[in-house]
Design a protein around this ligand. Structure first.
Ligand SMILES: [Zn+2]
Length: 53
């Protein structure tokens, strides 16, 4: 499930599942859907906490 927009990962859609981004947030896994990942790619790269997006 996307931690930003709440979109759900479709377990049967493997091609799309590959585009999900797994983030490590203080030891916990966080998932981003492809849409949010591309929108927030710069925030992710700069390790900005999700609260500041
Ligand atoms: Zn999302």
């Amino acid at each position: 499930m996307c931690s930003v927009c709440g979109d759900r990962q479709d377990p049967e859609d493997e091609m799309r599942a590959l585009t999900w981004v797994r983030e490590n947030d203080q030891g916990r896994a966080r998932w981003l859907c492809p849409r949010c990942a591309s929108r927030h790619v710069r925030d992710i790269e700069s390790k900005l906490p999700v609260e500041y997006w």
